[in-house]
Write a new protein. Structure first.
Length: 417
């Protein structure tokens, strides 16, 4: 690298560090409206770097933050800056503040100088945290961990940009978002089979959970009509307002209605306990369970419906080389494959996430295979009353979607980001 290039790189790092160290980001807010009345029900906070700087655009700011390892801190800075603006402008609790979030910040403590703003904002404002579809498929464990923690603290969850990656539809039931934000490509482009598959998956989730659909990128009445046809009740885009500072007069939002945010306290139940509370058990030997498990595992690799596969093997010695090879193939074709067992390594096979269990964990007695796709779901759960290789299992199988998802959630909550 030439001396001039070295200086340029050093200057860029110095400029970036100055922005983050001195919290020199600003926030603009774009209105979110009720599509039928066009009344404002909330605002999405959009970060900007200092005007005229190399990092004025948020994409450049966060791309560089990831490159230099400061993305979590920057994420906290952006959220605190948005909350501070909302608090100063006395945003009423019936108006929802949508905040973008990076899952990487979940495992990083909030900087001390921002903590008071974050705590007060979370208490006084109605907050929905937006997790992007990109993170949903590229860092599923991080997104799930972020979603569970946010919901346990009374903060709503939105999945942003839905439609860019259809595989994310398999993760959506596990996140159980309060708001599903349709990507602008779904609204602005000509409908095709990909759009139809996404819309069908979203509407299935809405029917099951009552989630709210928000359409982005609405720039014309035609876009608004398309959004309504796709099940959206909320909209966002230039037709309703461009990013700008918050208003000081909130009368236009009075009576516009508020979002329903679900509260989901963390449960310590195992998948076996979840399923057998609703379904009877039957006796089975290990050979029968192995055959039934393989049938479900291959459903996770269906190219027409990419799925999530989570499984528990009691002890890592059960995860044989042949099984590891099969699970690596499943991981290559699935959205996420996660395994649990005593002494299970972090990555027991290529692309497979592993979680080690304690020997005294009740889950260590269980054999579990759960598959969740956009429309298909199944769970096999079995427990060995006494620990012995030849001891029979008590098992149950369910295809009831809510029960399958509850079983999957009881496992994926144990995955550390």
């Amino acid at each position: 690298m030439l001396p001039r290039e070295v200086c340029a790189v050093a200057g860029l790092r110095e400029e970036f560090d100055d922005i983050v160290d001195h919290r020199r980001v600003t926030t603009l807010f774009q209105p979110v409206v009720d599509l039928r009345t066009t009344r404002v029900i909330g605002y999405e906070a959009l970060t900007r770097g200092p005007r005229g700087s190399s990092f004025e655009q948020p994409m450049k700011l966060f791309t560089y933050a990831y490159r230099v390892g400061r993305s979590a801190e920057l994420d906290w800075v952006c959220r605190a800056t948005a909350m501070r603006a909302a608090l100063l402008n006395r945003m009423p609790p019936e108006v929802t503040l949508f905040l973008n979030a990076e899952p990487v910040s979940v495992g990083v403590d909030c900087p001390d100088d921002l903590l008071d703003t974050i705590v007060v904002g979370a208490r006084q404002l109605s907050v929905v945290v937006e997790l992007t579809e990109r993170n949903l498929t590229h860092d599923p464990a991080g997104v799930l961990h972020a979603a569970f923690l946010a919901r346990a603290n009374g903060i709503g969850i939105a999945i942003d940009d839905v439609g860019a990656e259809p595989a994310s539809l398999a993760m959506m039931p596990l996140v159980r978002p309060d708001v599903i934000k349709l990507d602008l490509s779904l609204i602005q482009n000509r409908p095709d089979l990909v759009v139809a598959r996404t819309v069908n998956g979203v509407l299935a989730e809405v029917e099951r959970t009552g989630a709210t659909v928000l359409a982005e990128g609405i720039e014309s009445p035609r876009h608004a009509t398309m959004a309504l046809a796709m099940g959206a009740t909320l909209g966002q885009g230039w037709l309703y307002g461009r990013p700008a500072p918050l208003p000081h007069d909130w009368s236009s939002s009075a009576g516009a209605g508020t979002l329903t945010i679900s509260h989901d306290p963390l449960s310590s139940r195992t998948p076996f306990e979840v399923v057998t509370a609703e379904r009877p058990t039957r006796p089975a030997n290990r050979q029968l369970l192995a055959s039934m498990s393989r049938h479900l595992e291959y459903r996770a690799a269906d190219p027409a419906e990419p799925s999530v596969l989570v499984a528990c093997f009691q002890d890592a010695r059960r995860f044989s080389p042949a099984l590891a090879q099969r699970y690596a193939s499943l991981a290559a074709a699935s959205v996420m494959v996660a395994t649990f067992a005593v002494d299970m390594p972090d990555e027991p096979a290529d692309g497979v996430r592993g979680t080690a269990l304690r020997a005294d964990d009740p889950l260590a007695r269980d054999w579990v295979v759960v598959v969740v796709g956009p429309h298909f779901g199944a769970a096999l759960v079995a427990r060995q009353p006494r620990p012995a290789d030849d001891a029979p299992f008590d098992y149950a199988v369910t295809y009831e979607r809510d029960l399958v998802i509850a079983a999957a959630q009881s496992l994926v909550r144990r995955i550390e980001a």
